[in-house]
Write a protein that binds this ligand. Structure first.
Ligand code: UD1
Length: 341
């Protein structure tokens, strides 16, 4: 079985991708420092797949441990790199931590991979690299705008590092996947998002308000130039997103790339407003969410959704799950978390 190193494989998107990789016949090995996840995620992965992947607990910025890992695993040439700090608000307060964690981990991985002639890396990027695009839906050719946060800036810089590294070394193959807004949980409800403290993202907050953990949901802005005044995003089910990684791994390993550095939008192509999503959550889960409209949140863009035609044509991937699946699995996952407490 082909070994694949999955950094951050215990996290939200990472764990769902590990499941899909195992089910596609790969042998994922996880490095994760558990800074935003829990060792119990391994149990969830094992319950779904019947396989308990190898797991190493350390931070990728530890170049000694990373070097040891590659010395002991010389057959690992392919990396899916999720491990990164990802809270936008925290990145504004602690920019150096974000630049260090997100840039250094990628640089150290690339240094290790440089020892091989046939190394491949799949990188977690974000639609945040586009800022507020001039045209919607946003295509991969849209220019990067000034990043709204150090977190966004790290994603732009990491993509630049990959582009330059691939230009200098034609043997290195890389793909960046620019995620839109990942939500939902695995249908088995064995894995899902584990927010630490009060979540900042809309969907985990909705779930916590429904569960009575948070008193109310604040809708940031009702005066945007959109159909109902609230901001529009392209929410994508995390299992669809995980499957996009498997497609990208196949593309890397099968040498199907047109250029040795490529990047794809990974969204559904459907823009949904905050209020529409709230009403869908209420309708599908047959409950009422306590929400109120407040001021816009600084740094938010008005509207963004993906042009997914490039991913469809080149990766042979498109999202299969809809908003109903997203809000239903989110609520089931929240209920399972609440029942464990
Ligand atoms: C944010 C990041 C994005 C990152 C993603 C990770 C920014 C600019 N972007 O996306 O880079 O990849 O998280 O998941 O920060 N909302 C409310 N009330 C809330 C929370 C959110 O109304 O309590 C609204 C927001 O204004 C936004 C939408 O819900 O319109 C989605 O917000 P959120 O889930 O935080 O994601 P993004 O900000 O789109």
């Amino acid at each position: 079985m082909q070994k694949i190193l999955v950094t951050g494989g215990m996290g939200y998107i990472g764990s769902h991708t590990v499941v899909e990789l195992i089910q596609a016949g790969f042998d994922p090995i996880i490095i994760d420092d558990l800074s935003n996840s829990s060792v119990e995620v391994l149990d969830g992965i094992e319950k779904i797949t019947g396989t308990r992947p190898q797991f190493f607990n350390f931070n990728l910025c530890n170049d000694v441990l990373l070097g040891n890992f590659f010395q002991n695993n010389t057959d690992v040439r392919t990396v899916v790199h999720f491990a990164a700090s990802k809270a936008v608000g925290e990145s504004i307060k602690r920019p150096l931590l974000y630049y260090k964690n997100n840039l250094l981990s990628l640089l150290l991985l690339l240094e290790q991979l440089a020892a091989y002639e046939d190394s491949k890396i799949l990188f977690s990027s974000s639609c945040t690299v586009y800022g507020q695009p001039d045209q919607l839906p946003v295509t991969e050719q849209s220019a990067f705008k000034q990043a709204e946060s150090p977190y966004g800036s790290t994603k732009q810089i990491c993509e630049g590092i990959l582009r330059d590294a691939c230009k200098a070394n034609p043997m290195l193959k890389a793909i960046s996947l620019r995620y839109f807004n990942p939500v939902g949980a695995h249908e088995s409800i064995q894995i899902g998002e584990l927010p630490q403290g009060t979540p900042n993202n809309l969907v985990p907050l909705m779930a916590q308000v429904a569960a009575g953990i948070q008193p109310e949901l604040k809708v940031f802005g009702s005066d945007y130039n959109t159909r109902d005044g609230s901001a529009i995003r392209d929410y994508i089910h995390v299992v669809d997103l995980a499957q996009a990684h498997v497609k990208a791994v196949h593309r890397l390993l099968g040498n199907k790339q047109r250029n040795n550095y490529e990047f794809f939008n990974i969204g559904t192509g459907n823009g949904i407003s905050v209020l529409e999503l709230i009403h869908e959550f209420e309708r599908v889960n047959k409950l009422k969410l306590n929400y109120k409209i407040v001021e816009r949140r600084p740094g938010d863009v008005e509207s963004i959704y993906a042009d997914t035609s490039f991913a469809k044509k080149e990766l042979g991937w498109q999202a299969k799950l809809g908003v109903e699946d997203m809000v239903r699995s989110t609520w089931k996952w929240q209920q399972s978390l609440s029942s464990k407490k």
